[in-house]
Design a protein around this ligand. Sequence first.
Ligand code: ZN
Length: 332
Amino acid sequence: MSDAAEQYILGIDIGASRTAFGLVSWDGKIFYPEIIQSKVEGALLIDRLLSVSEKILGRAEAERKEVLGIGIGSPGIVNSQEGIVIAAGNLPELFGARLKDIFEQKFQLPVSVENDVNADAVGEMVFGVAKGQRHFVVFSLGTDLGGGIVIDGRLYRGADFIAAEFGHLTLDLGGKRCVCGGYGCAREYISGAGLAERGREELPGESLALKMVGGDREKLTSKEIFQAWQKGDPDATRLVDEFGKRFGALVSNVMKVLDPELVILAGGVCRAVPEMVNLVVRWTRHYYFPIPKLPEFCLSRFTKEDSVLGPVAVFMVERRSDQSACSPKKNK
Ligand SMILES: [Zn+2]
């Protein structure tokens, strides 16, 4: 077997909007990065996942790169033991998909499958801002809101792989029905799609954010709302204050359950808004116990391209624990 540094893992991070691919070396360098749209009219996502993977693995083979396996991150509830997506509200095509079996049969390589934000949490521990941290949580804010929990240096999945569904904690007792079957879920307010929806419903016609999209409410995204807020627009400020309050209340609730030492804010929406940490800390302080010390808050440094590091880290951690389980003499 060759040197570990010359071994590679194919990482696939399936997102609600975009899916990233990359071949990752053991020390975290990404080769052949590729990003595709997750939803394409008339084309099945799983078929496209397989064909892009085949292309990247073909390149690796041509350049004599030794590939150890494939790590996949998927939105929704994922049975990571069997590699099955149990539910995925944003990508119904993945409901019940046996991704581990499908990829193992096609490529004859070992495959790990994990919830995308759980994978992000492991990625932060191996390659990111949580190196050396034992107790931390990840709030990943993109189109949707996801969560990840690490307790005592290990990913916490719960009894049925449902843990850390922060986006589906109830924030509004009289709220709307959610895709998950619950009501008033946090993601209706704290997510890119949720904030945009609030903007469509509540912004007056002459407000700055709507002007940015030519007055077309359907085109409004969270991006324009945050940009208008950064310029001091009062209508956007009302929306973002409400967003910050709810986000702070949610983070504070999670902190009261888990008492983390670090809170990581990740995902495309947090990346685009550098003020997010201050906004969340301000409102978390408001709702949390009045003690002087809060955990550390920081932004993830991972971009969409880097998101493949999460599922790759999951594969690496599983492989390490497999190896230690097979060769007990290596353990003290
Ligand atoms: Zn829900």
